[in-house]
Design a binder for this molecule. Sequence first.
Ligand SMILES: [Zn+2]
Length: 345
Amino acid sequence: MTERERQRRARAIKKRRQRQIRQRVTIAVIAIAVFLVVVVSVAAHQRKKKEAQNQPQQETSRNIPAVQETSSGTQNPETETAAPEVSEIPLEQTEVPEETAPEAQAENTLRAADYPVDRSNFAVQPGVPCGNNHMTEEKVVYLTLDDGPSYLTPQFLDVLDHYNVKCTFFVTAQDPEYFYLIREAYDRGHTIGLHSYSHDYATVYSSPEAFFADLDAIGQVVADQIGYVPAFIRFPGGSCNYVSHDYCEGIMTYLSTAVQERGYQYFDWNCSSGDGAVVDDVNQLIAAATSVDYWENIVLLSHDCGGKETTLAALPSIIEYYLNNGYEFRPITRDAFTSHQEIFN
Ligand SMILES: [Zn+2]
């Protein structure tokens, strides 16, 4: 092999190696490019997938505080007593999960059924018996609201309307500017009963004559509103009150039969929300008002007079409790349970 041939072969070998190196570099560049494309597209896909998963979670987490806000709002007396809004609260607080709430609302499962009431015999009539002092087997709550009407009565009526619940107002004459609400309550299906004109124990229980003068006075107020004097009454302090003993010994024993001889019937209670005193704790009222659910017939004492904002706040939960436990709310009628208590004076 000549020198020239050797040099040519060496150049050829060199060229071939350079070509091989270029080919490998090209392949490597293509491989890297392909790898990068794959990596980028996989990352994009995963990002999209993650976004898709996050969407419903954010929706849910937005909903949860909304539900909590509503329910905590109903437990907060201050929120509840923000008066004009109270009647709106029970609608939202039915503890149904957010998605099923519209259906549940449509069904109105927590609304009481209409109870047919014949009110043609409600007027006081001597000789016509009224009231039943024995419990029936039906689960019935006779909700009674005493000492109104007051500036709070319209809101009580709205809550009662919301649940289609009828009750009984034992009225006084403490706020003459709200007498028109006696008619309003009656027109909205509630029973009106007589409580007291003055609600002053010293006056009312000073003598039987004084008692009947006071009863006649509130009877006239009611007759002016609804057209007749109702047969249903509630003694100030109930028939079991001790306070009357300070003014007239034995007066409750006497009155308990005297009122019936005149055609009236008195209604006591077997359950109290405890709101006769000042109670700031709404939950305490709810607990007391639902404490005797082992009885079939419950006559529940509460008040709708001024200052009973906490009673108003507690009312939706009390109503819902009884509706959920199979009770029916009824207004007092001539055959209602009287729940007479023991008389001590
Ligand atoms: Zn009273």
